[in-house]
Every structure is written in structure tokens, then in C-alpha cells.
Ligand binder design. Structure first.
Ligand SMILES: [Zn+2]
Length: 320
């Protein structure tokens, strides 16, 4: 058995939440490494981005947002299917819940297992878990791009699929006029990456190239603070790419010499801990990350579904 507490089960300290207005009617709520969320005002409606883990958690955020706008939520946009991003959806009373078509398929295929897995891995985020009424079902999906006209002089909000990355169906929300990008978990700013459901080779190359090509001036990643300025945005993207590239290199070397997943974990940990070890959820994520890199390099095309049992097995197998 591993001597470390499982995943983030021992992380019980609440984080400070900060709402920032990034431009007229564009808001980001960050929380010291907990999942970030956002909102974009249209002329007579609001678009919310991400839903947090439970309706109780989401209502706390909505209370903060309601100090700035009382417009109704027409669209709730989900960047991907992970439970801590989607299960608070019912609190928004949104007319339309938007996601990529693959996200809808993933919820059907593995939403229930993911819910159980994520709430056990990080119980602190699952505030009053019994308040979740069930899985969150997107009511509008797309494959490539969906444009929301914000009305008046506010311009467009573009929802874009940029390739496989953190999951099979991540979307980003892009405000071309303000050059503000809500990147979901495709980019993290000074927070460790969770890649247990990822496609490392696509993500670290073509997908991040496509994120970079938007040339955002402000970026809200999945976790961590708001990144401001072209140089800092480039830095956050580069950090995300580096984390993935180092994992692929280290796990790849052990895999190529027919070593074991445990050896791959040790090699990846040693190579990453100096730069990333102090960042939120680093120790929590790494066993699951290495397990998926190993599978990917072994030709397992789609991530194996995480269950609470498999979580414990991998944790006990890989953690020192
Ligand atoms: Zn995620």
C-alpha cells in the first residue's frame, strides 16, 4: 500500500476565490489552483463557462457573479466532461447547455464512473455531493466551431474544438475582439496537469499549436491565476507543453527498454518535481498521468475508464 494519502483526499483546506473583470462584461473566478470558471455578458443574457462540481458550489459562484450582472443565463458552456466541471450545472438554470459532441458521448459512456472517481479523488470540491441531481446532459453540441452573437456592440463568442488534448472533446471559448481565451484544462497556469484521460501526443503538438495560433492576450486556464499579456500567455502554453513533453520523454524511455510502469513513474516524477512539484495537485495527478502515457505508448487508443477501484489500484501500484 502507498504511504501517501490517496489522491487529494487529505486536501481539505478551502481556497480563496477571486473574481476579476477582465474586460467590460467578461469575468473570471479563480481559486488558488481549484477549477476556474467564467462568465461573459451578452446584451440581454449571460454565457457561463464551466459549472463546478455541485450545485451548492456553483451557487456560491453565482452569488458573486450576481453582484455584477442580473441577466439570465442563456448558455452554460462546458469545456469537457469531467465531473468537477459539469455536475453543478443545475444551479445555473441555463436555457442551453453547450459542449463538444464528443463530450456528450463521453458523458454517456463514462460519466457515472467519472463522477464516482473524481468525488473520491478530491472530496473537498464535491461540496454537498447529494445536491447533484444526476449527470449533466448538453442540449447543444457541435463538432468544429459554434459562434454565439453576444448582441449589441459586444461582438462574438467563438467556441472552438482544437483537437484532442486533455480529453477527447475539449472546447475553448474565444473572444476575438477582446483577445481573451477561456482555455479549459488544455492550458494550466502554474498548476499541475491532469492527463489521465488525455491524448499526450496530439495535445503537446498540434492542439497546443492551435491554441497558440489564436494569439490570445489574456488566458484563463483550467486552474491557476489569470494570465495577462502575450508573453505570459505564451509562457503558460509553453509550461503546459513542457509538462507533457517531459512525461512523454521519460515514460517513453522506460517503455522502450521494456521497464515497468513503476519505473516510468519514478523517472517522470524525478524529471518534473523540480519545476512543478510545488504546484497544486502535482502528487495527486502524476500516477494517473503516467498510467495514461504508458497506455498511449502501448497503443491503447482511447483512455481506459477510471473507476474508484482502478484509481486505487494504480495509486497503490505507482506511488512510493
Ligand atoms: Zn479536466
Amino acid at each position: 500500500m502507498s504511504s501517501k494519502p490517496f489522491a487529494s483526499s487529505a486536501d481539505t483546506e478551502a481556497k480563496r476565490r477571486t473574481l476579476e473583470a477582465l474586460a467590460d462584461g467578461v469575468y473570471a473566478l479563480t481559486a488558488e489552483g481549484d477549477p476556474n470558471i467564467g462568465a461573459i455578458e451578452g446584451e440581454d443574457f449571460v454565457v457561463c463557462f464551466e459549472a463546478l462540481a455541485t450545485p451548492v458550489a456553483a451557487r456560491e459562484w453565482l452569488r458573486i457573479l450576481r453582484r455584477h450582472t442580473d441577466k439570465p443565463v442563456r448558455y452554460l458552456v462546458l469545456s469537457h466532461y469531467h465531473a468537477v466541471r459539469v455536475l453543478g450545472a443545475s444551479a445555473f438554470d441555463a436555457d442551453i447547455i453547450v459542449a463538444h459532441e464528443k463530450t456528450r458521448a463521453l458523458i454517456a459512456e463514462r460519466g457515472k464512473e467519472d463522477w464516482e472517481s473524481e468525488f473520491a479523488r478530491m472530496p473537498r470540491l464535491a461540496q454537498e455531493p447529494e445536491s447533484v441531481p444526476g449527470l449533466t446532459w448538453p442540449t447543444l453540441t457541435f463538432s468544429d466551431r459554434l459562434t454565439i452573437d453576444l448582441g449589441g456592440e459586444r461582438g462574438d463568442l467563438e467556441l472552438c474544438y482544437l483537437g484532442r488534448g486533455h480529453t477527447e472533446g475539449d472546447l475553448v471559448a474565444w473572444l476575438p475582439r477582446q483577445r481573451i481565451l477561456f482555455a479549459g484544462d488544455l492550458v494550466e497556469a502554474e498548476a499541475a496537469l491532469y492527463t489521465g484521460d488525455a491524448f499526450h501526443q496530439d495535445w503537446s503538438t498540434t492542439t497546443l499549436d492551435a491554441v497558440s495560433a489564436l494569439r490570445a492576450e489574456t488566458l484563463i486556464g483550467g486552474r491557476g491565476g489569470v494570465t495577462k499579456g502575450r508573453a505570459a500567455v505564451g509562457g503558460a502554453i509553453a509550461q503546459t507543453r513542457d509538462f507533457l513533453t517531459v512525461m512523454l520523454r521519460e515514460v517513453g524511455a522506460v517503455h522502450a527498454r521494456n521497464g515497468t510502469p513503476r519505473e516510468a513513474f519514478d523517472a517522470a516524477h524525478a524529471a518534473l518535481v523540480g519545476a512543478y512539484g510545488r504546484w497544486p495537485i502535482f502528487e495527486h495527478c502524476l500516477p494517473f498521468d503516467v498510467s495514461r502515457v504508458w497506455d498511449e505508448l502501448s497503443g491503447v487508443e482511447r483512455p481506459v475508464i477510471w473507476t474508484t477501484e482502478r484509481d486505487r489500484e494504480v495509486w497503490d501500484q505507482l506511488q512510493p
